[in-house]
Design a protein around this ligand. Structure first.
Ligand SMILES: [Zn+2]
Length: 109
């Protein structure tokens, strides 16, 4: 079972207490963007095998959104951080790079 620590209230919550929100750090398109850019914003997701940055909501707790970095194969959780963070924290990326061979923190976008 997936267990995440909510960075907003500090509670450790099981997956049943959380609501998934999909991929994190999706850049919104502006009002002048063309249809293909808007389609990519709405529908194109990475769905990687390995390290993934996701949005989660502590639905049965404080109700706040946050981000989590985890491995989709092993379910190992590398860390969580507030949803207001525009990019994963540098120390989290370095922690993942030390654990996952081939993970390049600079190439994750
Ligand atoms: Zn919480």
């Amino acid at each position: 079972m997936l267990v995440l620590t909510c960075p907003c209230c500090g509670a450790t919550a099981e997956e049943t207490e959380l609501a998934p929100g999909g991929e994190a750090h999706i850049a919104r398109v502006g009002p002048g963007a063309d249809a293909s850019a808007f389609e990519a914003y709405l529908f194109h997701r990475k769905n990687p095998r390995g390290v993934h940055f996701e949005r989660w909501r502590h639905a049965h707790g404080c109700g706040k959104w946050f981000h989590a970095a985890r491995n989709t194969v092993t379910l190992e959780v590398y860390g969580t951080y507030p949803a207001q963070t525009p990019e994963p924290p540098r120390e989290l990326l370095e922690k993942i790079a030390a654990k996952v061979p081939g993970f390049d923190p600079e190439a994750r976008t």
